[in-house]
Design a protein around this ligand. Structure first.
Ligand SMILES: [Ca+2]
Ligand SMILES: [Ca+2]
Length: 255
């Protein structure tokens, strides 16, 4: 859609009167700016250069980590983060993994999958190839064996929601609250250090991280204008279709 052609009916709808005209111009300018702010997707993944060749120390809370520094991303406010994770071997119920981002964002990706008050060891499957996304239809990765076809969907890159439980992995259970989700990165500047931490907390069976990655959807906030205006702009991006439609009088096309 051409933003300018939509602004004309918006201006025409609010007149006459200088004050109303000014308000209309301001609104139209904001909407035009919002329309020009395209959410951009940054995507990268890493499968080499890992400490210890990606091998997670068995039964050792010291764990393993990998830090990647993102720079030069012009879009400085995160709308959405998705994580890819590939692990080979091991016993999935042993695993605890989290992501730390710039500005202190923190999301628990895995926290002993399958562990409940009646199952201290969790799921015995070896390996994962998953995408972690707060809104994933498969739901909580902690309970993945309750989902039909899980043997395939934990191994083919399918999307699951992160575990999110901040509980101590030595005592976590499925009923613990899920508060550390990927939404913790929303609004943060994506440039900076991102660290994946993975630990194996039960002796026997060894897991190896073979790949991980980030997909970050972000928008550029305008430097030097009040937060409230930037909020309007971001809302404008998210709701632009609705806003444009609302800016046209009945009978006018939005095309
Ligand atoms: Ca998401
Ligand atoms: Ca183990």
């Amino acid at each position: 859609m051409n933003s300018l052609t939509v602004m004309k009916p918006l201006l025409a709808a609010i007149s006459p009167g200088p004050a109303r005209h000014l308000a209309a111009v301001t609104t139209a300018a904001l909407l035009f700016l919002a329309g020009s702010l395209q959410a951009a997707l940054f995507s990268d993944s890493w499968s080499s250069g890992f400490a210890n060749a990606g091998v997670v120390p068995d039964g050792n809370p010291t764990g393993w980590s990998d830090t990647r520094t993102l720079s030069g991303i012009p879009d400085n406010s995160i709308l959405d983060v998705t994580v890819t994770l590939q692990v080979s071997g091991g016993w999935n119920g042993d695993l605890y993994a989290y992501l730390v981002g710039p500005g202190g964002g923190f999301a628990v990706l895995l926290n002993r999958p399958g562990v409940t008050s009646s199952d201290a060891f969790g799921y015995s499957d070896a390996g994962l190839n998953i995408t972690l996304d707060d809104a994933a239809p498969n739901g909580d990765i902690h309970n993945y064996q309750t989902v039909a076809g899980y043997a395939t969907s934990i191994a083919n890159g399918s999307a699951w929601a992160p575990d999110g439980r901040v509980a101590d992995p030595a005592s976590v259970v499925d009923t613990d609250p899920r508060t550390a989700l990927l939404s913790s990165f929303d609004g943060v500047d994506p440039n900076g250090n991102w660290t994946l931490f993975v630990a194996d907390l039960s002796d026997g069976n060894v897991s190896t991280v073979t790949s991980w990655g980030l997909q970050i959807e972000a928008v550029p906030l305008v430097v030097g204008v009040p937060d409230a205006v930037n909020t309007l702009l971001v809302l404008g991006v998210a709701l632009s279709g609705l806003v444009w439609f609302g800016g046209c009088r009945p009978g006018q096309s939005t095309q």
